[in-house]
Design a binder for this molecule. Structure first.
Ligand code: SF4
Length: 356
């Protein structure tokens, strides 16, 4: 059972954020929901240091939601390339288009409506609404979930939807009650900062935590036991054949991936999940005169819940003009402008012929 020890949690978080939190990040200097939304999406599963560079580049190219909505998907994926978790980029683009078409180019001002947009979950909707419109709504991203479950000694298993809902309602009761215009952005940021820098997954720095005198997990002596979540997604392992087709002038055949699944919608070399179909594709190409084929060093690419064992094969020389469907021959100059998955980009760079 959880127990909240009195009032004043929000005030402690707010005071700590003011003196110890992060206050100089570029997306904290604005209440423009487009910019805040962009930063929130980029920060999901990505470090601040990495996001800074991408955020600046995105805003330089797409200064507002209309510019992003009008862009081609390829350009958006190209700019996102290297940030990973590409579903975020596809949803980003779709979300911008929906804001323009359904909301007249103006971001909705409440979490309840924001959450109906592609790629905006409940916590992200809460963050945008709190930061930009000071709406009194909670957030519960991974960092905040950790802080709150520890603070409250919340022992219920978050694998259960019911318990997850219960934690949301606990989070709601902790929200500030006054001066919401300034309190909501600072409280929201404060919880995020605490989770990122003090209440860390391992060895939380309870000694410098502003909540230590109210924290159930600290009193019980086992902060690292929280949050409790029993269900683990099983890791899967797959083996893929990657066929690099390079023509006589050094261009590579790249085709668009299906609209769902790994690297959905991105450009990639032909991929085969089984050896049989790879051979059916490769054999006639390698049998043609003026074509050379070689196996390259296999490598492992680790995704969140999957290990991809990648086996590249390089086929170069006089190749057909259309060796596959929905693709194009693209030279190294074109690669940055289309969305290539990071390991594919790296692979292509490493197999580029040296011209000197
Ligand atoms: Fe986390 Fe420790 Fe602070 Fe509790 S006292 S919220 S466990 S850092």
């Amino acid at each position: 059972m959880t127990k909240l020890r009195g009032e004043g949690i929000a005030e402690l978080v707010i005071a700590w954020q003011e003196s110890h939190g992060r206050n100089h990040l570029p997306w904290q200097q604005t209440r423009d929901p487009y910019k805040v939304w962009l930063s929130e999406i980029m920060l999901q599963q990505t470090q601040v240091a990495t996001v800074l560079e991408y955020y600046a580049r995105f805003l330089a190219r797409f200064p507002d939601v209309a510019a992003l909505a009008q862009a081609s998907q390829d350009e958006v994926m190209g700019l996102w390339s290297g940030l990973g978790y590409y579903t975020r980029a596809r949803n980003l683009h779709r979300c911008a288009q929906q804001v323009v078409v359904k909301h007249g180019g103006v971001f909705p001002q409440t979490a309840e409506i924001l959450v109906t947009l592609p790629g905006i979950g409940r916590s992200t909707a809460g963050a945008i609404a709190a930061f930009c419109f000071s709406q009194r709504v909670p957030i519960l991203d991974a960092n905040v979930r950790r802080v709150l479950t520890r603070l409250l000694g919340f022992e219920n298993d978050l694998a259960s939807v019911r318990n997850e809902r219960l934690l949301w309602s606990e989070a709601d009761t902790l929200l500030p009650n006054k001066n919401l215009a300034t309190a909501m952005p600072r409280y929201t940021q404060g919880l995020m900062d605490l989770g990122a820098s003090v209440c860390t997954p391992r060895s939380p720095a309870c000694g410098i935590c502003p909540l230590v005198s109210r924290c159930e997990a600290f009193e019980r002596g086992h902060p690292e036991r929280y949050p409790v979540k029993t269900r683990k997604l099983a890791r899967r392992s797959e083996s893929w054949q990657l066929v690099i087709l390079r023509d006589a002038v050094g261009k590579v055949w790249l085709q668009r991936r299906p609209s769902s699944g790994i690297w959905a919608g991105m450009y990639c070399v032909p991929v085969f999940a089984d050896m049989g179909s790879a051979q059916t594709f490769i054999a006639p190409l390698c049998a043609a005169p003026g074509v050379s084929c070689s196996d390259l060093q296999p490598f492992l690419h680790v995704l969140t819940h999957r290990d991809l064992h990648l086996h590249p094969i390089l086929i170069s020389g006089e190749l057909p003009s259309e060796p596959g469907e929905d693709g194009a021959w693209l030279g190294a100059d074109d690669w940055p402008s289309v969305g290539l998955p990071a390991p594919i980009r790296k692979l292509l760079d490493s197999t580029q012929p040296q011209l000197w």
